[in-house]
Every structure is written in C-alpha cells, then in structure tokens.
Design a protein around this ligand. Sequence first.
Ligand SMILES: [Zn+2]
Length: 431
Amino acid sequence: MARMLIRGGRVLDPASELDARADVLIEDGRVAAVGPDLDVRGAEVVEATGCWVAPGFIDLHTHLREPGQEYKEDLGSGGRAAVAGGFTSIACMANTDPVNDDPSVTEYILNRAKSDSPARVYPIAAATMGLQGEVMTEMSALREAGAVAFSDDGKTISDAGVMRRVLEYSTLVGMPVVVHAEDCSLRGAGVVNEGPVSTRLGLPGNPCLAEDILVARDLMLTRLTGARLHVAHISSAGAVDLVRRARETGLSVTAEVTPHHLTLTDEASLGYDTNTKMAPPLRSAADVAACRKALAEGVIDVIATDHAPHAVHEKEVEFTAAPPGVLGFETAYGVVMDLVRENELTPLELVRRMSTNALRIVDIPGGSLAVGSPGDVAVLDPERRWTYDPAKGYSKSRNSPWAGHELTGRVVATVVDGRLVYHCDRGVLVP
Ligand SMILES: [Zn+2]
C-alpha cells in the first residue's frame, strides 16, 4: 500500500472547520487519517513543520493553450506550473485552437492531460460554436465528454437572446455558465481602466460600466431562466454590488476574483508595462477595496488566477497591440497572502477561497482533507520570502506583473492523488 505522511503542519481544512497542528496520512491516493502523531511506518514523509497543510488549491479559470497554441503553454507545462503553485485541480477555458466546442476536443484535452499534466485538468466547454456568440454548442454531448461548465470566456455573448438560450439549456444539463462580462460596445478599443490613469497614459479607456451592464443583464437572465451563473474575474465595485444584491434575493450566482484584481490598481500600468494588461483591466483603488471586502464577506466565492500565458514576442509590442492576460499559477499564493497579512482573511478562510469553495460551482472531487477525500494536498510556508523569476518557472511564458518581485509565502510541496508531484527543493517530480 502506498503511504505518505505529511508531518507536523498546521492543518487547515475548511470543509471540517479544522485549524490545528496535526499529521495527514494518505493511503492509496486517499486521505486515511488526520491527527497528532500518526504512525509513520512504511510511509514517505513530507515534513511540514511551520507550514500550512491545506487541501490542494483549485483554479477554476485558466488558459492552457493546448490544442493550438503550444508555443505559449501546453497541458504539461501548464500542469507543472499549477502544481508549483499548489494547485492540484485546474479548469481550462475553451479558447483553444480549435475551440473546445466539440466533444472530440474535450476528450483530446482530457487524454493529453492524463499523460502530461501532474495536476487534474477539467475542461470548460464553449457555450457557442467557435466562441462566435451565435449558435449554441451541444451541451449534453460536451458534458458526456467531461466538460464541467460552459463559457465563451475571452469573449462576451453580446446577443441577449443567445445568452438566454444558453442559460436555459444549461439548466437541462445541470451545469453552470461562466460569464466573461464585458460589453464590447462600451469597451470599444479600451485597454486600461477608464479614469485618470487612462487619461495620463493617453490610452483608450475600458469603463467599469462595460462590466457592470453585462453582469446586470446576465443576472436578470439568470432570474428568468433559473440557471446557475458564475461571474468570471469580477473587477468593479459596481459589479460586486450587483452580485451582492442578487445573492441577497436568493439568486444562484457565484463569482471569482483574480490575485491581480485583489492587489494591483490601474496605476501599475503607468509605465506602459504590457504585463499589466488584462481583461478586465486593473481598476481603481476603490474597486480593489470592494473586491477584497466582498471576498472576505463571501459575496465573491473563490480566487481564480485567469492564468493566461503569452509569448515574449507577443507582449513586447506597444500597449494597445499586446494581447491581454498574465501568468497566475506560481505567484498566486504569495500574492494573496497579502489579505492574510492585512487581517482581511484568516488562513482557514483563504484556503476556503483557494480550494473548498470551488465545489460550490463545479462538480469535481477535492477541496477537503476529510478521511476518504482525494489525496490532493498543498504544503505552504506562509513566512518564506522568495523572488519570482518567470524564467525559472514552469510556464512556457513569462508575462507576469510580479517578475522580479519579492513575495512572502511559498508553496513547499504539492501532492496529487497521494503522490508528491512538487517540492520546492526538488522541483516538479513528474514520472
Ligand atoms: Zn475572461
């Protein structure tokens, strides 16, 4: 029997409200016991003294670029970057080439991930064919193939009638619809948040209203259809307020926020660094504060990275021409530790938002260290300082706003299915 003992850490299991010093024993890929001084005989030991021991992180919003753009990332490199960031399960968006709008693409991703990725991969299928916002995909066939949600992420379904039908059909297959909320006509050519910063930079602005109006529309359509809506990468105070009020009336809506929208403002773009360009854009300090408050209150359910690799030559162009998106996996924990240090989240509540709460949104295993749960674990050192160098990371790309930054909080080890797949001293350990 394969046994692993993660010894002497501070075990944080939101599913059982556990926050205590304990060992975690994993046998044959499942959590077998949690408690003090467990029997070590015959077990591979992972030392966790001084560390947090959490259920592996779950990232519901990633772009792994395979098939079609393997020069940016593939399921192997993306999976390795994920486990180096403590993520044991990742959901990948459908804007690949070809688009994941057909069961054959979903199956291809799952098969490649099985052989290449140390993290578990869950495809999110397109809601409309080719992400064109016109013709719905075959949702039940995509679900059968293994998709866990539907989204045209990267693009907005502009036609409200199409979005209504997408939401209606999603109720028949029992899966959530993830919305990338940006009204294209209001966004226009906007590349940074509309406000004093866009004026100073002389760049076209993308107003919060572009996000707010789409969230408002989709909340109304959700009320009409009884669907489950998940708002991707929420970034504006107005959109947060709309979600808060909708939840108060019992609407089935969830939301995610990225590490960058929690910690950076549009002022990060003042040097025209294209690694601060993303969609939606970095917002004002007031928007950041609203997102942090909503995350602490539980109005925003999860932190998702929106890991979006782009090649160096694609980002080394003028700001307006660069593709939006930044890397997310390897820096996420060190970045969001800011919320713990500022006493906005307890360690247990941070882990809940990085892992356990994802199960409110998609039907996947994980998010718990209860006996019988999958042996997916992140061992995290909250005090360890390190300097992030994307060139030494596992992603094929380097587009991070934190390149060269010192972060406090580092992933020490990651266990998937009872196997040590990453250790900070030994790197990714892929068989
Ligand atoms: Zn998006």
